[in-house]
Design a binder for this molecule. Structure first.
Ligand code: AMP
Length: 498
């Protein structure tokens, strides 16, 4: 066997450096949106909805409520539960509300980029919460700036509000149609006016958006897990290219995009991003991940004593793999769920503290055993370098890594945060080189064909797999990668929690 690099070769300092290198002014973020129309406790319900969508973004969150005349907004850095207390929710008065959770790369994790974004237009207040990335936002922004527009954030979503405010149409829904007709890329949007809640999805349908009912109220949410929490019924998905306008207890469905385009639902929502208890396009995420695990086992079987998931991202695929192969499933790797991004490190006395603070291996289960370690994806490879090393230190005799998606070779341009192409380990390393780097005895990725076949038989909708295939359905404005936005940087303090 060729010489193996030390399984713990990447130091915590190196990890920090890699993380810092990701800091760049680019429009890349992951988000969740929620909206409710016609409920006496709109802000409280919206809070619960955002709470259920927290996995879609942990850096900032916000909510806007409408009392039929004016909008009241609250945005903050941090988690939903730390941001909204009884006092704040009490101030967010009104029967309609929208909310947003956001994660962005560190350079842009600023309060001014938190959503919803609000504006007073000549047609009244308008607030918008957006999930997805617009690939021509930089060009539109430059054009608008050239005509005197002043932007308050570096978020791509703000261009929508500017376009809407400048539209010459009379009614707000027509103004919104004007705006979304100009942008390209991915959007699932909830928009609040003084009296209406509007939901819209781009014609390709990259990002999810579900419609539910809570009594007589209408609810829009990125994922159905939010409907479950508030006890709302799932009615249907907002269709790709559809716009729903909810006003005075009635819903109107519009089809503002004249051109039919192929559907491209993001397959990574199924693989990693969405919560397993959500249904996307009517299909359960957990069931899909298990099916990926089964396909993976058929493609890359191996003799082993146990299948161990990387918690929590590898759980369902590992279970599918174990069932398919008839190998016991063991959570022999335990995860601390309370780890935050930063923690106070002790002096050098504890080796590999960074790994151990998040995961710990159960030695008595692993000693002398042959392990299949399953995760959903490899991005930079740093997680697996550490975990494979930890399993070996715990005594595992063999570690066979199985990944329930193909090698990630390109970044996502439509709303999943991925590092630059150069940072993706699969971009310039073969499968065997990656195996060497992570220190595994064998490594198997789900094939692109296997993924496509599983998707075709399970969800029956066109998918986007650009990050695995390098086949991007909507061409990307090259400036989106490095927009070089001219910014002024101000100190923005996080408000004290209540
Ligand atoms: P890495 O250590 O860089 O290879 O990252 C792989 C790990 O990150 C896996 O456990 C994935 O579940 C997880 N992951 C994959 N994509 C993302 C993403 N967009 N944001 C956060 N975590 C991710």
């Amino acid at each position: 066997m060729s010489e193996r690099r030390s399984p713990l070769a990447i130091s915590d300092a190196e990890m920090e450096r890699l993380a810092r290198e990701r800091v760049a002014d680019h429009f890349h973020d992951e988000c969740g949106v929620f909206g409710i129309h016609g409920h006496d406790e709109a802000s409280h319900i919206c809070y619960l909805g955002l709470y259920a969508l927290q996995h879609r973004g942990q850096e900032s969150c916000g909510m806007v409520a409408s009392n039929g005349r004016e909008h009241i907004a609250h945005r903050a850095m941090g988690l939903v539960a730390d941001t909204f207390g009884e006092k704040t929710l009490g101030r967010l008065r009104g029967r309609h509300a929208i909310g947003h959770v956001r994660y962005s790369t560190a350079g842009e994790s600023l309060l001014r980029n938190a959503q919803p974004i609000c504006a007073n237009t000549d047609g009244g207040p308008v607030s918008i919460a957006h999930n997805g990335n617009l690939v021509n936002a930089v060009a539109i922004r430059r054009e608008l700036e050239g005509r005197g527009a002043i932007f308050g954030s570096t978020s791509d979503s703000e261009v929508l509000l500017h376009l809407l405010a400048r539209s010459r149409e009379e009614h707000v829904e027509d103004r919104f149609i004007d705006a979304v007709s100009r942008v390209k890329g991915a959007f699932s949007i909830v928009l609040l006016t003084d009296d209406a809640l509007i939901g819209a999805r781009d014609p390709s349908g990259f990002r999810p958006l579900s419609l539910g009912r809570l009594g007589r109220a209408y609810v829009l949410a990125s994922e159905t897990c939010a409907l479950d929490l508030i006890g709302a019924s799932y009615e249907r998905d907002v269709e790709p290219g559809e716009m729903v306008v909810i006003r005075r207890g009635r819903l109107r469905s519009l089809r503002p995009f004249t051109r039919e385009v192929p559907k491209h639902f993001c397959i990574f929502e199924y693989i990693y991003f969405a919560r397993p208890d959500s249904n996307l396009v009517g299909h359960n995420v957990y069931a899909f991940r298990k099916e990926l695990g089964r396909t993976l086992a058929r493609e890359h079987p191996v003799a082993a004593d146990m299948v161990v998931p990387v918690l929590d991202s590898g759980n369902a695929a590992a279970l599918g793999y174990a069932e398919q192969e008839g190998i016991p499933y063991e959570t022999a790797l335990i995860r601390n769920h309370y780890v935050r991004r930063t923690f106070i490190e002790p002096a050098q006395s504890i080796r590999n503290f960074g790994v151990k603070v998040k995961h710990n291996a159960i030695k008595s289960f692993l000693d002398g055993r042959r392990v299949v370690l399953v995760d959903d994806s490899i991005v930079r490879g740093t997680t697996l370098v550490k975990i494979v090393g930890m399993l070996r230190v715990a005594g595992a005799r063999e570690v066979h890594v199985r990944i329930s998606s193909p090698p990630t070779i390109g970044r996502c341009h439509y709303g999943i945060d991925t590092p630059t192409r150069e940072e993706l380990i699969a971009h310039d390393h073969s499968v065997d080189e990656i195996r060497e780097i992570i220190g595994a005895d064998s490594l198997g990725f789900l094939s692109l064909e296997g993924l496509r076949r599983t998707a075709a038989s399970e969800v029956k909708i066109g998918i986007c797999d650009g990050c695995f295939s390098d086949n991007y359905p909507i061409p990307v404005d090259s400036e989106t990668e490095t927009p070089q936005l001219s910014l002024f940087r101000a100190m923005e303090e996080e408000p004290d929690p209540e």
